[in-house]
Design a protein. Structure first.
Length: 365
C-alpha cells in the first residue's frame, strides 16, 4: 500500500526530471547535440529565405535573466553548439553591471565593485581563439544611465575600462575583434550622441580602428518594460523612428560601424516597414545593418522564455528581405542552447538546425 509520503516523493522526483537541464540528462556524444535531428520533409517552410544567425551575445552579468553558473567545461561545450549552427561572432554584452564585473578590473574594483570568482573575459577570449570566432568586448554599464536617463554618465568609467582592457586582453588575443558600446536606447536620448561618439572614438583609437557597434531597441508597441502590459498605445511611428535615428546616425557614423536594432519590440506585420527604414539609414551613413534577432518571447506575460520557432523564422526572413548584413541574437546560451536551464531552448536549437541548411563539422578536442 502506497502512503502519502511515497506519493509526494514520487511527485517531487517527477517534477525534478521535468525541469532538469538537458546537459544533466546525458547526451549521445560531445560531438553531437543531445537532441536527435529529425527529417525536414514534414516542414512547410525552410530557412532558405531567412538570414542565418552568425553571432550571439554572451550574458553572464545579467540584469533580468537567471545566471546559469557555468564553468569553463559548460562554456566550452556551448561554444561547440554555437559553432555547429554557423555562429562565428560572440559579443560579451557588458563587462560589468553596477557592482558585478566579468574581470578583475583595477579601476572598477577601486570604485567598489565586487571581485569576480572567475575571469570570464579571459575565458571567453580563450574559447573564441579555440573556435576561431571573433570576440566583441561590451563596455561597462554603471547603471547610472538607467537611473537618470542620461547616457553621458557612462563615459567616465569607460575611459579607464577601454584602455585597461585593450592593454591587458585586446592586444594579446587574436580573437579580440571589436567593441560593443553597451548603452541601449530607443529614441533621441539625453547624452546619447556624445556618449556613443566619445566611447566609440576611444575604442577605435586604442585598438587601431577595430569595429564598433550598438544595439538599440525600437520604441514599438511591445516596448513595455517596467509595466504589467504586453503592448502600449503610444508606440513610435515608422516616420518618427526614421527622423530620430537619422539624427543619431548623423552624429555617430564616423566612429560606430554597425547598428543591430533589437527586433522584438514591434509586431510581426511591422517588421518590413521598420527594417526597410533601418537599412536605408545604415546605407545612407555607410554603416553595416545588423539585426539583433531576439530568441526569447516578448508576447508572453512571463519574462523571459525561449521564443516560438515560427516567430524567430519570420523575423529572420524579414531581415533577409530588407538586405541586412548580419544576424546576431540575444542570446544563444539561455534561449537556444541544448544545455540551457530552459528545456525549450534545446528544442528551438533543433528546429533551427533542422531547417537552416547549416551542416558544419565540429572540431575534435
Amino acid at each position: 500500500m502506497k502512503t502519502r509520503r511515497d506519493f509526494f516523493k514520487r511527485t517531487a522526483l517527477l517534477g525534478a526530471s521535468v525541469f532538469m537541464a538537458p546537459s544533466l540528462l546525458g547526451r549521445e556524444s560531445d560531438r553531437d547535440c543531445f537532441f536527435s535531428q529529425e527529417s525536414t520533409s514534414s516542414m512547410l517552410v525552410s530557412m532558405g529565405d531567412a538570414l542565418k544567425i552568425t553571432g550571439t551575445f554572451l550574458d553572464e552579468i545579467s540584469h533580468d535573466i537567471p545566471h546559469q553558473n557555468w564553468g569553463e567545461r559548460e562554456w566550452d561545450q556551448d561554444f561547440r553548439y554555437m559553432q555547429s549552427i554557423g555562429i562565428d561572432t560572440v559579443i560579451m554584452i557588458r563587462s560589468g553591471y553596477r557592482k558585478f564585473i566579468t574581470y578583475p578590473s583595477v579601476h572598477l574594483l577601486g570604485k567598489g565593485c565586487y571581485m569576480p570568482s572567475v575571469d570570464l573575459l579571459d575565458m571567453f577570449l580563450r574559447l573564441a581563439d579555440k573556435y576561431s570566432m571573433k570576440f566583441y568586448f561590451g563596455l561597462y554599464d554603471s547603471g547610472r544611465y538607467w537611473d537618470t536617463g542620461d547616457l553621458s554618465w557612462e563615459i567616465e568609467d569607460n575611459k579607464y575600462v577601454i584602455d585597461e582592457v585593450w592593454r591587458n586582453y585586446g592586444s594579446k588575443y587574436k580573437s579580440f575583434g571589436g567593441w560593443y558600446i553597451s548603452g541601449e536606447i530607443s529614441r533621441a536620448t539625453k547624452g546619447a550622441i556624445d556618449a556613443f561618439h566619445t566611447m566609440g572614438k576611444q575604442c577605435k583609437d586604442v585598438s587601431g580602428g577595430l569595429p564598433t557597434f550598438i544595439s538599440p531597441w525600437i520604441d514599438g508597441k511591445k516596448a513595455v518594460m517596467g509595466t504589467d502590459k504586453l503592448t502600449k498605445e503610444d508606440a513610435v511611428s515608422v516616420q518618427e523612428h526614421e527622423r530620430e535615428w537619422d539624427e543619431i546616425f548623423d552624429g555617430i557614423h564616423d566612429v560606430v560601424d554597425a547598428c543591430a536594432f533589437q527586433d522584438g519590440h514591434i509586431d510581426y506585420d511591422e517588421l518590413d516597414d521598420f527594417f526597410t527604414v533601418n537599412k536605408k539609414l545604415a546605407d545612407k551613413y555607410g554603416m553595416k545593418c545588423w539585426t539583433n534577432a531576439e530568441t526569447f518571447d516578448r508576447d508572453m506575460p512571463i519574462d523571459f522564455l525561449p521564443i516560438k520557432f515560427d516567430k524567430l523564422r519570420m523575423k529572420l526572413e524579414a531581415a533577409k528581405r530588407a538586405g541586412y548584413d548580419k544576424a546576431i541574437t540575444f542570446e544563444f546560451s539561455h534561449f537556444m542552447s541544448p544545455q540551457s536551464a530552459y528545456l525549450q531552448a534545446g528544442h528551438l536549437y533543433n528546429r533551427y538546425k533542422a531547417v537552416s541548411y547549416t551542416h558544419l563539422t565540429l572540431p575534435t578536442t
